[in-house]
Design a protein around this ligand. Structure first.
Ligand SMILES: [Zn+2]
Ligand SMILES: [Zn+2]
Length: 269
């Protein structure tokens, strides 16, 4: 990330690889989307204790330049990116922090998305999913399959050659998993053995994919995802969230409701 490395040994970075800014048509609220307060957006990410974020608005690069400019003053690393819609599926394409809006514009043009269509709810690439992955890789981006177990995620595509080719595309380096929301329609449990076998390489026709968890935040108060929930739980209940190891790969997280009773238990790998 930098020519000078100030941290001997290893260091943990808090990174959110999937965020939306007021440049996304579905950013909430309408007032925040129209105000386009980029400094406030960067502040929200910093307040969530993030060191770096990828800006991945829907089929548009329009927030990137303003966010990069605002991020300098607040020492937030920004990976310019975009969430591309193709064949009803979403794909995250992320560029190096040295890259700019122009790199995203050039990629979108190759994918058949021109400026007049930037950010519209119905915008979609004219290419195939595999072509998008390949073209983004050639352009220097890395590609992640977001909400892979939910609506518009690769694993919820109908089984068949298109899904197989997409999951096996060498440019696809990771899959973002998500917890199903209260209405789980269209979602598959991330711990489902079929989902896991697509990701850990045990399914015979597949290779393994790195798994990432991101916020997919669409509002200021969603910045950082889980950390915000933890902070709010602590503030409201006065009790610190508790972690305990279940086994080598699973962690139990307990957060508390305002009146102090246990609110949610989540097991997270
Ligand atoms: Zn999406
Ligand atoms: Zn998204």
């Amino acid at each position: 990330m930098s020519a000078s490395w100030k941290w001997p040994g290893s260091r943990w970075w808090r990174v959110d690889l999937h965020t939306h800014s007021p440049a996304s048509y579905d950013f909430r609220s309408d007032a925040d989307r129209e105000a386009k307060n980029w400094t406030a957006w960067v502040s929200a990410e910093k307040s969530a204790d993030l060191d770096a974020v990828a800006v991945t608005d829907h089929n548009t690069p329009d927030g990137i330049s303003d966010i990069q400019a605002a991020a300098v003053a607040q020492s937030l690393w920004v990976f310019p990116g975009v969430e591309v819609t193709v064949g009803g599926i979403h794909l995250l394409c992320l560029f190096d922090p040295k890259c700019t809006r122009d790199d995203v514009v050039a990629l979108l043009s190759k994918l058949g998305i021109e400026p007049f269509a930037f950010g519209r709810p119905d915008t979609s690439s004219s290419k195939s999913i595999v072509e998008v992955i390949d073209m983004a890789t050639v352009a220097g981006a890395i590609v992640i399959a977001p909400h892979v177990n939910g609506p518009k995620g690769l694993l919820t595509m109908p089984p068949g050659l298109d899904r197989l080719r997409a999951l096996k595309a060498t440019g696809l380096i990771a899959a973002e998993l998500g917890f199903p929301p209260p209405d789980p329609t269209g979602w598959i449990d991330p711990k489902n053995t079929d989902v896991q076998s697509w990701l850990d390489g045990t399914k015979i026709e597949n290779r393994s994919l790195a798994q990432v968890w991101c916020s997919d935040s669409h509002a200021f108060d969603e910045a950082g995802g889980v950390p915000i929930i933890l902070d709010e739980s602590k503030r409201l209940s006065g009790r610190t969230p508790e972690y305990s190891l279940i086994d080598d790969s699973e962690l139990r997280l307990v957060i508390w409701a305002a009146e102090g009773r246990e609110a949610i238990r989540e097991d997270q790998e």
